[in-house]
Design a protein around this ligand. Structure first.
Ligand code: ATP
Ligand code: MG
Length: 637
């Protein structure tokens, strides 16, 4: 058995041999003639000459061996519906959708924008696009008209696939009026809109434009639509980044490289075995949803659970913090993928819920999207009694960049570290101002990649090669390297620790501090559920740290003395961990923090409010009340 170190070295030193072997994990209609074309950096082209299809690899190729096994398990605690589609069922549904799209006029290369809740039809639509070579552009179903309109404008879709409504916390959220308004706002107009009707909200159809999926489905019930064999470098989809730090970027991905990267990551990183069940709690609107709800598990021959609803709501619609664990038990989930933000929500629930269900099928819980703080990691790892595997990546990378590849060699995890560089990623740490490579352990630098970038990595920004090059590849003077815009350090054993985003650094009286480090210290206090720290302009010190804390016990809010006591304890803790320079000027208590719809802290918005500036583009924000509360607290202070 090869060690991970050898495996990694081969991927960097002999990429052609390495990736040729990985490419055997998927089916090719035409074999590729060139593995990696890096002639025109930073644009890397994988598996040129090869032809394949994502839908074929996710669905068709499993029909003979596991056609009657579960492929997609659609569960909604919003509607109480639960339905399992076998690979055969999925194959039939995808062909119905593909035939419908073709009937509307969609051809290879056309964009299809998918604005849908977490229902099976969304998966059918994505796979149908892949099947016929259309480029899907999934927009998170919770976005309102403004965000949707700018994405319609950018993607210029021929067709939009949507639904009457989504649902959150038992309340229907009508999509159709938001979609109609977005189309009105956009200068690009789709030729047709295909709508799934869940009977959650009334819909007014626009004649000549709007079509009902049920009608077309009935019409194409027995449709057979062959897979369109695509060039490996043909575009499979575009997806926008979360917008945590600014205007979202339209990440564009290929076909063959992505298929290989996912098949390979399912084997080496996620230990996904055909015939088993995978459960990623994300949303199809995010990259995790693309890679590890839809394509990755299906390519691996696994059943994938698609879950609509809150983590704290039972199938009967009543509060139930154990709903996810009940699904793990029922479907014998072996690998689960979630985000620290979701675990923090569950942490506020009764810990007995973790013991109520039989979770013996579960081999590991994977978490990504945000730094995983140690108290959260410990809580969930003790509760589940399985390894908690942090994995660091970006919408841009498509699959993990830092984690541990237990499928290659059992590798211990370290609390606070996502792990080591994944195969194919030539990761370096560079000094922020000189751009020199940091070779010694425990030096803090910017995490960058040296090209060629691995399969699955973004090809470019949709229709904007210049923005791709200028945004990502030119931030270090004199060097063409890809910047992640995240800080990191590497310890003696080669493990990386992510210290936050490069724009989350504050300067207090000449000391540069990462807001992340201060947050880490504060979140170690037993009474703290969540925390955000931002730097706020200060006439004397340049900047000071300001902390916003969600206390575990909501009783604190109405008790001025308790607030004062907790604030004092928190300050003392930071003094002890990091020194008095890092001590927050104030600790404000709030019931929720402003986040993106993908659950990431929106520090830039908090900072803007603290400094009395306009909070900027808030279209990606989850709950405006959070920002309102911060305004209120600051006003009261
Ligand atoms: P935008 O690029 O539009 O500002 P975003 O960076 O939040 O938005 P994503 O691609 O969804 O969009 O998030 C990737 C970022 O999330 C990473 O660059 C990193 O900052 C953070 N991140 C992801 N996983 C981890 C992790 N395991 N540990 C620490 N940070 C993580
Ligand atoms: Mg980003």
């Amino acid at each position: 058995m090869t060690s991970y170190a050898e495996f990694y070295r081969q991927s960097i030193d002999q990429p052609d041999a390495f990736w040729t072997e990985q490419a055997a994990l998927v089916d090719w209609f035409t074999p590729f003639t060139r593995v990696c074309n890096d002639d025109n950096p930073p644009f890397t082209r994988w598996f040129e000459g090869g032809q394949t299809n994502l839908c074929h690899n996710a669905v068709d190729r499993h029909l003979a061996s596991r056609g009657d096994q579960a492929a997609l398990i659609a569960v909604s605690s919003e509607t109480g519906q639960e339905k399992t589609y076998t690979f055969k069922d999925l194959h039939a549904e995808v062909q119905r959708m593909a035939a419908s799209l073709q009937a509307i006029g969609v051809v290879k290369g056309d964009r299809v924008l998918i604005y849908m809740p977490m229902i099976a039809e969304a998966a059918f639509a994505m796979l149908a696009c892949a099947r016929i070579g259309a480029v899907h552009c999934v927009v998170f179903g919770g976005f309102a008209s403004g965000s949707l309109a700018s994405r319609i404008e950018d993607a210029s879709p021929r067709v939009i696939v949507s639904a009457d409504a989504g649902s959150r916390g038992g309340k229907a959220l009508a999509y159709k009026p938001l979609l109609d308004e977005a189309i009105r706002l956009s200068s690009h107009k789709p030729e047709a809109v295909l709508l799934a009707d869940r009977a959650l909200a009334p819909m007014t159809l626009v004649p000549g434009r709007d079509l009902l999926w049920a009608d077309l489905r009935a019409k194409y019930m027995n449709a057979q639509v062959l897979c369109e064999w695509l060039d490996s470098t043909d575009i499979s989809y575009t997806i926008y980044t979360s917008g945590t730090t600014g205007k979202p970027k339209g990440v564009q991905r290929d076909t063959g490289g992505y298929a290989v990267a996912l098949a390979s990551s399912m084997k080496h990183i996620f230990d996904g075995r055909a015939g088993e069940t995978y459960f990623a709690t994300s949303d199809i609107g995010w990259v995790v949803g693309h890679s590890y709800i839809i394509y990755g598990p299906l390519i691996a021959g696994m059943a994938s659970i698609m879950y609509e609803g809150l983590p704290t709501q039972g199938m009967d619609g009543q509060p139930n913090g154990g709903v996810w664990w009940s699904l793990v038990e029922k479907y014998k989930v072996t690998a689960m993928f979630s985000a620290p933000t979701a675990v923090r929500v569950l942490k506020k629930q009764d810990p007995a819920l973790l013991k109520k269900y039989d979770l013996s099928s579960l081999r590991a819980l994977y978490l990504a999207g945000e730094p995983l703080d140690e108290p959260t990691a410990r809580w969930i790892s003790e509760g589940l009694n399985v390894p908690i595997i942090d994995n660091y990546w970006q919408t841009e990378t498509g699959w993990p960049l830092l984690t541990v590849a237990n499928g290659v060699e059992a590798t211990p995890s370290k609390f606070g570290s996502p792990g080591v560089p994944m195969y194919g990623y030539n990761v370096k740490l560079l000094h922020e101002s000189t751009g020199e490579e940091l070779l010694l352990p425990n030096e803090k630098g910017v995490v960058v990649l040296v090209g060629p970038t691995p399969p699955g990595f973004m090809q470019t920004i949709w229709r904007d090669d210049a923005r791709f090059v200028n945004t990502y590849w030119k931030s270090v003077p004199g060097k063409m390297v890809y910047s992640t815009f995240d800080w990191g350090i590497r310890d003696e054993d080669g493990y990386y620790f992510i210290l936050g985003r490069t724009d989350d650094v504050i300067n207090v009286a000449g000391h540069r501090l990462g807001t992340r480090e201060i947050e880490e210290s504060i979140s170690g206090h037993a009474s703290v559920a969540e925390v955000a720290v931002v730097g706020v302009a200060d006439a004397l010190k340049g900047q000071v740290a300001m902390a916003f804390v969600v206390p575990r016990d909501s009783g604190v809010f109405n008790d001025a003395a308790a607030c004062l006591k907790l604030e004092g304890e928190i300050m003392k803790r930071v003094d002890g961990d990091l020194g008095a320079v890092a001590r927050p000027a104030r600790v404000h208590f709030v019931s929720l923090l402003p986040k993106t719809r993908s659950g990431k802290l929106l520090r830039r918005a908090i900072q803007a409010v603290c400094e009395g500036r306009d909070a900027g583009d808030l279209t990606t924000m989850d709950d405006p009340a959070a920002l309102q509360q911060i305004r209120h607290r600051l006003g009261a202070a």
